[in-house]
Ligand binder design. Structure first.
Ligand SMILES: CC(C)(COP(=O)(O)OP(=O)(O)OC[C@H]1O[C@@H](n2cnc3c(N)ncnc32)[C@H](O)[C@@H]1OP(=O)(O)O)[C@@H](O)C(=O)NCCC(=O)NCCS
Length: 242
């Protein structure tokens, strides 16, 4: 999400007694999410993602992404049982009046199946779909200590553009990673919320040392929170039919 809606860190290192690794031959198929799959897969998606979160997302957060960008969300399923082994949840929209930005909001693989390339494949599928939809860039945040996650993204060409100090509610720090898909995109102007275009020249872009200014981070957090609340509010209105 632009700025980001991340409420809590996904931390691959939090498990104390991981279940034994699955070592057999893997038969995995990959499908995109569709609303017709909600009843079969949304509970499993929530369970898989919340397992590694420091606090759970509400159902509205999942629906916010899955209703609008289900075609950008992919699931890895066991070939025989159709059990959910991995999932990636994304969105795509203009970023502050500038580039069309894809955003990877959630990524997780069941712990027994990690290290077998599932997440890499899910990220590739999402990236390809975003390219097909004319994305200019793709962004995400991940904890600075999440080595598997950093490896996946950096292997695919994502760059560390900001270090977001104490970014998550649990106090941990994140990197913002970006994959530029078209030439000149890093130089395309963006505008902070609530300000006209002329204010925005140069604002919100990557600083020379790759660090986000405190102002920048504050604006992004505010924007994210406002967006989150607005979206949840809209969802609730929809549900009650008002
Ligand atoms: C991050 C996560 C999605 C990776 O899933 P996965 O299916 O195991 O990922 P892959 O098998 O495709 O690739 C993992 C990469 O990390 C590397 N890796 C895995 N465990 C590692 C470790 N402990 N230390 C260093 N590298 C590690 C792998 O070697 C591989 O890199 P390579 O292709 O260069 O060899 C998974 O660990 C997870 O669900 N973690 C909890 C949720 C999370 O952290 N999500 C990301 C938040 S942005």
């Amino acid at each position: 999400m632009s700025g980001t809606s991340k409420i809590a860190a996904i931390d691959g290192s939090t498990e104390t007694t991981p279940p034994p690794k699955f070592t057999g031959e893997l038969d995995v198929h990959y499908i995109s999410y569709g609303s017709e799959k909600e009843s079969s897969y949304l509970p499993a998606i929530r369970q898989l993602i919340s397992k590694d979160l420091s606090e759970p997302y509400s159902i509205y957060v999942y629906r916010y992404f899955l209703y609008q960008w289900g075609d950008l969300c992919f699931m890895a399923l066991d070939g025989e049982s159709n059990a959910l082994l991995g999932v990636i949840v994304c969105k795509l929209e203009p970023h502050r009046g500038g580039p069309l930005r894809g955003y990877i909001a959630m990524l997780a693989t069941r712990s027994e199946y990690r290290g077998r390339g599932i997440a890499t494949k899910l990220v590739r599928l999402a990236v390809e779909k975003m390219i097909e939809k004319d994305a200019d860039e793709i962004a995400l945040e991940t904890e600075v200590t999440n080595t598997p996650s950093l490896r996946i993204y950096e292997n695919l060409g994502f760059l560390r553009t900001k270090r977001l100090h104490r970014y998550y509610l649990n106090g941990s720090t994140a990197f913002r990673l970006l994959l530029y898909l078209k030439p000149g995109i890093p130089f395309k102007p963006t505008f902070p919320p609530d300000f006209p275009a002329e204010y925005g020249e140069g604002h919100g872009q990557i600083s020379q040392d790759g660090q986000a200014s405190e102002d920048d981070q504050r604006v992004e957090r505010q924007e994210a929170r406002m967006g989150e609340e607005e979206n949840m509010y809209e969802e609730r209105l929809d549900v009650t039919g008002h």
